[in-house]
Design a protein around this ligand. Structure first.
Ligand SMILES: [Zn+2]
Length: 114
């Protein structure tokens, strides 16, 4: 389950950032997870519960926003979204030079604490 590895990295980032800012308790963590990031929110929550045991995270609420897939056809410059299911073929010109603009990210939007 690679969500454990991902969450472990996120917690390390939060620990480091909280230490630098003198934060001892985190109340809320907001993550942005692209639907194409291959990370399942339910697995991330499970990993969070398993890994975030210490006081810093004791009262932390984990908020996960899923971001839709958003793609660009580099042949006709059309942008298209999740209604076209996957970004493999352009719905307009059938071009296959597709760039994924959003939906593959996995990042910390913000966190709150004191
Ligand atoms: Zn196209």
């Amino acid at each position: 389950m690679h969500e454990v590895t991902l969450m472990s990295g996120i917690l390390d980032t939060l620990r480091e950032n909280a230490r630098q800012n003198g934060i001892t308790r985190i109340s809320r963590i907001k993550l942005i997870v692209g639907k194409f990031s291959m990370a399942l929110p339910s697995s991330l929550r499970f990993a969070f519960a398993a890994l975030a045991q210490e006081g810093l995270f004791q009262e932390a609420w984990l908020d996960i926003e899923e971001r839709e897939l958003h793609c660009l056809c580099q042949d006709c410059q059309r942008e298209f979204g999740p209604q076209s299911s996957y970004c493999f073929v352009c719905p307009d010109c059938n071009g296959q030079h597709i760039k994924i603009l959003a939906g593959r990210e996995m990042l910390i939007d913000f966190y709150e604490g004191d």
